[in-house]
Design a protein. Structure first.
Length: 313
C-alpha cells in the first residue's frame, strides 16, 4: 500500500484518504509541520493515488499501471512522470558562435534558500498545459516558504495561479515554517497538519533507512531526534556514533580531570545545538517580517475535513 511508507501521522492519512474517496479534491494543499516527519512522503503518496486511473480501493493506488510505475521508480525528487512538474531554474550556458546565449536547466535542490521567480513562472506555465498521461498535472513544492523569502514577485506570481487554478491541476506545498508563507497563499489552500513523531515511530523509520543500525545507536538517535526521522538520520550520518563512543570511553576512566573534559564536551555539544536552533528561529523571524506585508487573512482551510463536506459540531 502506498501509505505504508508514511510512518505515523494517522490523522493526516485518514483525511487525505477521505479526500480521495470523496472525489472532491481541492486544487491546492499545504502539508505543514516540523521537518523530517513525512510531509514529502505523504505528498508523493497523495499524488500517486490522485493520478492512478484504476485505484483498487478509495484512497489507494493500484501499483501496476504506468502512472504508478513511474512513482515507484522515483529517486528522491527525480521522477519521470510526464505530468509531474519539476522545480527548475535556468542558468547561462555557453555562448553560441552566432552570439546567442544557451540556457541550461537545473533542478532546484532542497538546500537552496530561495525559489526564484523564473522557477515559479515555469511551474505555473506547466500547470496550465494539458495533461499528457492522466487526468491532471501535479506540482509538489517542498519547503514552499522559500518563494516568499524577500521576493514578492515570486510569491505574487504563484498566488495568481492559486487564485485561478487550472481545472486539471493539483498543487501540493510542504512547509516546516508555514508562518513564513503569505497569508493570502495559506488562505487559498487546504491545510493538512503533520505532528512530531513518537520515539517508537522514529525508531521504526530509522531502522527502515538503516537496517543494520545497532540497537544502542538506534535508541540514542530516536531519543535525540525530537520526533523527526530526518533529524535522526542526520544524527546517524553525522558523528553521533563517534561522540557516543568517546563519552563511554571517558566515563570508564572517570576522574576529576576527565570530569572537566566531559563537562566541556557536553557544553560544546549543547552550545552548537543552541546556536543551530537560534539561527533557525532568526531565519524564520526574518522571513516572516519580509513576507508580513502581504494582505489577506490566514486560512485554516478545512482542517481535517474534505473540501465540500461539513464539519460536525
Amino acid at each position: 500500500m502506498i501509505w505504508d511508507e508514511l510512518i505515523g501521522q494517522t490523522p493526516a492519512k485518514k483525511y487525505l484518504g477521505a479526500v480521495l474517496a470523496s472525489g472532491r479534491m481541492a486544487h491546492g494543499y499545504l502539508f505543514s509541520g516540523p521537518a523530517g516527519v513525512g510531509k514529502r512522503t505523504a505528498a508523493y503518496a497523495f499524488a500517486q493515488a490522485a493520478m492512478c486511473p484504476q485505484p483498487p480501493a478509495p484512497g489507494q493506488a493500484c501499483g501496476i499501471c504506468k502512472s504508478c510505475r513511474w512513482f515507484q521508480a522515483r529517486q528522491g525528487a527525480q521522477i519521470d512522470h510526464p505530468d509531474m512538474i519539476p522545480l527548475i531554474t535556468f542558468s547561462k550556458g555557453r555562448t553560441g558562435r552566432d552570439g546567442s546565449t544557451n540556457y541550461e536547466e537545473k533542478r532546484v535542490g532542497d538546500q537552496e534558500p530561495v525559489i526564484k521567480l523564473e522557477t515559479v513562472q515555469y511551474v505555473c506555465e506547466q500547470l496550465h498545459r494539458t495533461p499528457m498521461a492522466g487526468a491532471r498535472r501535479v506540482a509538489i513544492v517542498p519547503e514552499a516558504q522559500r518563494f516568499c523569502s524577500g521576493q514578492a514577485e515570486a510569491a505574487n506570481a504563484f498566488l495568481k495561479t492559486l487564485e485561478e487554478p487550472p481545472a486539471a491541476s493539483l498543487i501540493i506545498l510542504t512547509s516546516s515554517q508555514p508562518e513564513a508563507l503569505l497569508e493570502t497563499i495559506v488562505s487559498r489552500v487546504q491545510n493538512v497538519q503533520f505532528k512530531r513523531l513518537s520515539s517508537a515511530e522514529v525508531s521504526v523509520g530509522l531502522s527502515r533507512r538503516w537496517p543494520g543500525i545497532e540497537p544502542p545507536d538506534l535508541a540514542l538517535a530516536a531519543a535525540l531526534a525530537d520526533g523527526s526521522i530526518g533529524r535522526a538520520v542526520e544524527l546517524v550520518e553525522g558523528d553521533m556514533k563517534n561522540w557516543r563512543a568517546a563519552v563511554l570511553a571517558a566515563l570508564e576512566k572517570f576522574s576529576a580531570r576527565t570530569f572537566l573534559a566531559f563537562g566541556a564536551g557536553l557544553w560544546v555539544l549543547s552550545d552548537a545545538e543552541g546556536k543551530r536552533l537560534f539561527a533557525l528561529a532568526q531565519e524564520a523571524q526574518t522571513e516572516d517580517e519580509d513576507g508580513g506585508e502581504g494582505s489577506g487573512v490566514r486560512g485554516q482551510g478545512s482542517g481535517m475535513t474534505p473540501k465540500g463536506s461539513t464539519r460536525r459540531k
